[in-house]
Design a protein around this ligand. Structure first.
Ligand code: SAM
Length: 213
């Protein structure tokens, strides 16, 4: 992703601590209190500019969504979207996904979304892929038993790698699509990158991977 540095981004996000949570470690185990309800909590890792979660939050008002994005210059756009719509069920964390266990208690989360994450095609960068074993361990710990990771990508190499990684980890694969927009899946909400790639007629790969109880 090409980054345009926005020196004012952090300052703007600091003004809306109900949207971009300033100290997520203090919310660990207490996210239901933060949202003020007992609804399920879905997390998107690498949320970018927040189009997916804004859309999902509108379609599913009875679900709480948290997006994690490490770059403030990117996340500030997501924050602005939610500031404008006033959706109470979408919040963000401006941190690296590496810290997931610091932000969420065991079994606190109901689903993880990984959308168009960086493919890191070189073998030497395998450990940075968000479907690498180390990240699957983090997702497993914060997810309730038997819950799912949903992956979408345009990158066939990352998709093949992820299917392998999920299956090696013992996860059950479901609803695999090799061309999402030509499949029968209902209720798909497009991400920024998904829109960009589908405008170029590129195929979108998708799957769900379920942790065993
Ligand atoms: N999910 C969005 C979409 O589909 O339009 C954005 C996709 S963009 C290619 C990937 C985003 O993930 C970038 O904004 C990047 O900064 C973020 N990202 C990648 N690795 C991350 C990590 N370890 N922690 C937090 N954010 C990360």
């Amino acid at each position: 992703m090409r980054l345009r540095h926005k020196p004012w981004a952090k300052q703007e996000m600091d003004k809306v601590p109900h949207i971009v949570i300033p100290n997520p470690t203090e919310c660990k185990g207490n996210w239901h209190e933060v949202f003020g309800n007992e609804n399920p909590i879905y997390v998107e890792v690498g949320t970018g500019k927040g189009q997916f979660l804004t859309g999902m939050g509108k379609v599913h008002p009875d679900i709480n969504f948290i997006g994690i994005e490490k770059y403030d210059s990117v996340l500030v756009t997501a924050m602005e979207r939610i500031k404008e719509t006033g959706q109470p069920n979408v919040k963000f964390i401006n941190k690296d996904v590496e810290g997931l266990e610091d932000f969420f208690a065991e079994n606190e989360i109901d689903r993880v979304f990984i959308n168009f994450t960086d493919p890191w095609p070189k073998n030497k960068h395998e450990k940075r892929r968000l479907t690498y074993e180390r990240f699957l361990k983090l997702y497993e710990r914060i997810l309730k038993p038997g819950k799912e990771v949903h992956l979408k990508t345009d990158n066939q190499g990352l998709f093949e790698y992820s299917l392998h990684s999920f299956s090696k980890y013992g996860m059950i694969l479901e609803n695999i699509s090799l061309d999402l927009h030509k499949s029968q899946l209902e209720g798909n909400v497009m991400t920024e990158y998904e829109e960009k790639f589908s405008r170029k007629n590129m195929r979108i790969f998708r799957c769900e991977a379920v942790f065993r109880d």
